[in-house]
Design a protein around this ligand. Structure first.
Ligand SMILES: [Cu+2]
Length: 284
C-alpha cells in the first residue's frame, strides 16, 4: 500500500470500510478509522497466511496409505515460532491502539473553545466558557426544552474542550459522527475530552445512557460552521441574542435556525399511544 501510494481511507472505502462508520467529522474520529482499517488489514494478512498453511498441509500431507507418517514431537524452533508470533501480533495491535487512545483522550493546555455540557433530567444545557475549569465564566448559554432542541454551534479547525457535569443522574453525551461518547456524571466529577472538527454540517446528538422516563427527550444538534461564522455567532450571543437569533445572524434563518436533524418528541398521549384500549384519557 505504501508503494502504490494508496491511503487507508481509499483502501477501506473499497471494502465497505470493513464495517466501521466512515462518516467521522473529527480528527480523532479519522484516527480511530485508520486504526480499525489497519487492524483489519493486519488480521487479513495473518488470516491469509494461516489459511494458506492449512490448505497446504491438507493437500501435501493427505492420507496416502495405511502406513503411519513419522511421529515428530517438540520441534523446538516451531514451538518458539508459534509462541512468539502471536505475542508479536498482539504487541503491535496493542501499540497502535494505545497510541490512538492516548491521542483521542489528549487534553491540550490551551483549547480554543471550552464548552460546559450540563445534563439534567431531561435536557441539555451548553455553556460557552471563557476558560477551562469550574472557575471559568459562562459567556453564553443554550438550554433545551420539550419544544425546542438545543443547538450546539461550534467551529471547524479549532481545539474544542468539553467539560461535562450532571445535575442529577448519569447521562451520556453522544454525537454518532464523532464516533465518541462520554458519560456525564453528577457530583464532583467533571469529565473532559477534546475534539477538532473538520467537516461543516449539522449532526444529531443524543443521551446514550438510560437516565429515566424521558431519556428519549435528551436530543440536541451539533452545528459545525467555519471559525468566522462561529465568532459571529458567539459575538451575537454575548450581545444578548438568543440561540435562534444567533443562528439567523450567521445565515440560518427561519426553520434553519432550529434543529433540522431531529424534532422534539410529542409529549401528548395519542389514541394509538394510549396503552389501555378500553380506558378513556382524563378530560376526554
Ligand atoms: Cu440522559
Amino acid at each position: 500500500m505504501v508503494l502504490s501510494g494508496c491511503s487507508l481511507q481509499d483502501f477501506g472505502s473499497a471494502f465497505g470500510n470493513f464495517g466501521w462508520p466512515s462518516n467521522g467529522i473529527s480528527l480523532q474520529a479519522h484516527k480511530m478509522y485508520d486504526l480499525w482499517i489497519g487492524s483489519v488489514i493486519a488480521a487479513l494478512v495473518v488470516g491469509i497466511f494461516v489459511w494458506g498453511l492449512i490448505f497446504w498441509c491438507i493437500i501435501r500431507y493427505r492420507k496416502r496409505g495405511d502406513e503411519l507418517p513419522v511421529q515428530t514431537r517438540f520441534n523446538m524452533p516451531m514451538e518458539v515460532l508459534y509462541t512468539v508470533t502471536p505475542i508479536l501480533v498482539v504487541a503491535v495491535l496493542f501499540y497502535y491502539t494505545a497510541i490512538v487512545q492516548t491521542d483521542v483522550d489528549k487534553l491540550s493546555k490551551n483549547p480554543d473553545q471550552v464548552v460546559e455540557v450540563v445534563a439534567f433530567k431531561w435536557q441539555w444545557q451548553f455553556n460557552y466558557r471563557d476558560g477551562i475549569g469550574e472557575d471559568a465564566n459562562t459567556v453564553a448559554s443554550t438550554v433545551g426544552s420539550a419544544d425546542v432542541i438545543p443547538l450546539l454551534v461550534l467551529p471547524t479547525g479549532e481545539k474544542i474542550r468539553f467539560e461535562e457535569t450532571s445535575k442529577d443522574v448519569i447521562h451520556s453525551f453522544w454525537v454518532p459522527e464523532l464516533l465518541f461518547k462520554r458519560d456525564v456524571f453528577p457530583g464532583n466529577v467533571r469529565n473532559k475530552f477534546e475534539v477538532t472538527l473538520d467537516r461543516e454540517g449539522r449532526y444529531v446528538g443524543r443521551c446514550a445512557e438510560l437516565c429515566g422516563t424521558y431519556h428519549a427527550f435528551m436530543q440536541f444538534e451539533l452545528v459545525v460552521v467555519s471559525p468566522a461564522k462561529f465568532d459571529q455567532y458567539l459575538a451575537a450571543r454575548k450581545n444578548g441574542a438568543t440561540t435562534q437569533e444567533g443562528m439567523a445572524a450567521i445565515g440560518f434563518t427561519g426553520q434553519q435556525s432550529y434543529a433540522v436533524t431531529t424534532e422534539p418528541l410529542n409529549t401528548r398521549r395519542q389514541a394509538n399511544s394510549w396503552n389501555q384500549h378500553d380506558a378513556v384519557a382524563a378530560g376526554k
